[in-house]
Design a binder for this molecule. Sequence first.
Ligand code: ZN
Length: 539
Amino acid sequence: MMTSVFRNGRIFVPTSPSTKGDNEFAECMIITNDRITYVGSLDDAQIPADANVVDLDNRLVIPGFIDAHAHILLYGHSLLQKVDLTKCRYLEEIRATIKAYAVANPSLPNIICQGWLQLSTNGIALASMLDGLDPRPIFIAAFDMHSIWCNSAALEAINAHTAPNPPGGYIHRDENGRASGLLDESAAVIVAWPYLESFNSKEDNLAALDMAVQSYTAAGYTGVVDMAMDERTWELLKEYRRDKHFPFHIGAHWLVPYTEDQEVNFTFVDRAIELNQEFKEPDFCIVGIKLICDGVIDGCTAALLQPYTGKSDPVEPIWPEPQLREVMQRADSAGLQCAIHAIGDRAVRQVIDVLSQVGTPGRRHRIEHLEMTTSEDAKRLGELGITASVQPVHSDPTLFKAWPSRVGQDRCKRGFAYKEFMDGGAPLAIGTDAPTAPHLPFPNLYNATTRRSALEPESTDTVNAHFGITLAEAATAATTGAAYARFADSWTGSLQQGLSADFVVVDMHWTPEKLLEAKVCQTWYRGKEVYNSTEAARG
Ligand SMILES: [Zn+2]
């Protein structure tokens, strides 16, 4: 038996009955093997003589973070060699950055870039704006990963001129019907990504996954919910788990891409049901399905109740309601959770309507993103027990700059209404949607609480500050709430006697304004230290 006692610090237990009044912290935590065996006052602790005593030196212990919405393999690939355009504010900066990279990397088959903010080119993305830089195909993923901007060589390489628009996707074309440079939503996923993935060997994929694993553990995560699983990625995760083993738990939602052929959609649901039954271990399982019901506001692809500013036609949700209902009912009746991407108020309403008809109470279905919602729908989430799965990092004021031109000032006031979701009684789960945004947990909590920019901390701009939540609420949603959202709250996600010893030791001031300075010192998973910043620094 291995017992460790953590003392002289503060243990985050916001709901623990062992703490009195409004105290969010306990004095002492004891773990034995892989379990938490005691949380409470030091006076009442029974400490075995041979226990390993850890002096926390006034640091905090909080439950291990669980990223409630991530794409772990894609995140790993985002760490591999790519051109980062996040800091480019103008087309000329984008061109200069790509040019320098192309010259420095003459042997790469393609030039792949990421982090393009659509506002930096006023939303315009033509192949001609990239031509002349390099003869190789150039692919630029938008910051939110929902669109890809291609040069002419890239459009040729993926046959974009002759490819039809896939359902839920759009290939922008010129007056002659030829692809002009930009691919939105499923067009990026179906037409462009497979071409780029064909260059990745299995070794590349395993290397990308390994980098993602190290990076998540160092950031303080002990759990991840992977939000668009497919056959290829699942095989890879299985292989990684067999050979190297994950220092965190993974629950995955199986992606059911929309097609007009409902029988094809059903085959994806049935595969998810099959895998849900096959993988029963709570630390590595398929918990449900993922559906994508609209796009994003920046790209004018999110489905809104009113048209975008200056446009007359509203954007329709991707799934027609009858098909959506059947697919969700099929998953629900097999005991699977549905996680539905809905960003615009129209898509959100459609999903809530359907869940009110076919969702079994207690199934913990969830809506992802919820960026623009009406106040009526914000209330319905709680009434129906739908988890609000949000990514505060997407509400960063730097990323919000395109909203006023897309939807007008009035509708901007409805953006990211987290406090309303909570006030209405909805369970809140916080994630990052990495790699569409940085994966780090503390900037995410900073966005959730201060509603200021973690990307430009010197700016005092906020996005709807009155929808901000408290630090205890945000930290709970990023741990306990994320565990609840995938039925893992009975064994992890909070610091309670009997639960898995999954936690982080953090050097920080417990106040929203100081969150960007928080430092993860140790990450513990199942009672084992899986990351230590001192050792990491020593190499
Ligand atoms: Zn996502």
